[in-house]
Design a protein around this ligand. Sequence first.
Ligand code: SF4
Length: 479
Amino acid sequence: MKSNRHVPLIKPSDAKSWSLCARRVWLDNKGDFELSPIEDEFEQLIVELGLAHEQTVLHQLSGTMVVHTATSPEDTQRLIAEGVPVIYQAQLLDNENGFIGYPDFLILHENGEYQPADAKLSLNEEKKEIQVQLGFYRRMLGSQLPAIVFLGDGEQALIGDEANAITNQFVTEMRELLANDEEPAVRYSHSKCRACPYYAHCKPAFEAKEELSLLYGVQGRAAMGLENEGINTITQLSATDPNSIPDIPYLKGNEKKQRAVFQAKAYLTDEIFQLSPVTLPEGQWVHFDIEDNPLTGSGEKHVYLWGFLVPDYSHDSFEYVWTNNGSEDKQGWLQFLSQIEQYRQQYPDLILAHYSSHERSTIRSYAQRYDMEDNETVAYLLGDDSPLFDLQKPVLDSLVLPLQGYGLKDICKHRDLVNFQWQDDDSGSQWSVVQFNRFLAETNLQTKANLKTEILSYNRDDVTATRRLEEWLRTNFLT
Ligand code: SF4
């Protein structure tokens, strides 16, 4: 890979990569990679929905104002000089500072200044990046007016001086990064790296040097602290007495140090380490998993599927609450509560097993959304004697596994661990969101029914996986 000698222009669309990883944004600008067009269907869906939303906003603005589409930076300057009401697809170029920006709209304010505006589906997921992007446009325009965000639910948000600090940080860091011809040294982050287009470029180098942050639970600052103690590789860590490691950031206390050493051993040998007895609650287990759509106009996640695997846990023991679209959101929630009441009657010692905190936090947010925190079923679900049981907890508390992430699929798909395989190998929560959005857009009833069947099948696999995980824990680790 060669580096380019010229310094690329700083553009606000770098904000997303910049917020994730310094090397990623450097490679975006100075790397010599031919990245293929977006293959990730979920990312593609976000782009499509974003473009559709931008067209909706354009249509609305065109209904009340004259909109001119800019064709170049010079054309944008000409339209600004003319004082046209709205400039669509504006192109702002500042060669002196090395900036280029493409605000969706520039809207003429009554004080004669132009106000930058972008169409964004919601502010929930990428608030930092959006603040940088809009703050950058304000900086380029030298505008005191707040920038406008046209949201998917028809509301508008304003971004003003509160975004200046993070925008300036972005500019300063980007200048430093882009002036450097060396690929920046960074740490491995499992959640960020495995979703990154440069994974195949970076991962082998991390592995070759046995980078400590490859280990689950060893974050960048902990890895740096270990290196300061002369522990530079996974092999060295695996051979270290945990009691000899001093407290370092994010690795304080004997338990964490012991875990880190076991995690290093597990990485090298594929061994499993049990730290403490696994305990599982007694009762009648029902396995539970939800599928939700974050790509809504309101920015509030819509749960389109509440799925359950009930005794006798066979293929036909899958039950669910389904909604056809976001307008059935409350109806689905109420049906879910009524389903819970049915299980509660049927199984007085109900254990509602799920994996990770997502199900519990979603129930809490739905109770708030519909002002139902005092509802009896909600109180039953979230109270002191809650039937909800997070199966990830005994795994994280008691086991060290030869894994880099402790997600349900990480554990269940591993051939030497639970070894449960999903029917569709490509399926996943983002896959399910893509299928549901196809379901929403589909007009052919048969195709729509097929999509629903696929989503249900995936959710059935999810709850079956938690059942298999329960069995695996009972068989191997129960005291
Ligand atoms: S794979 Fe990881 S380290 Fe490499 S650029 Fe992507 S996020 Fe950064």
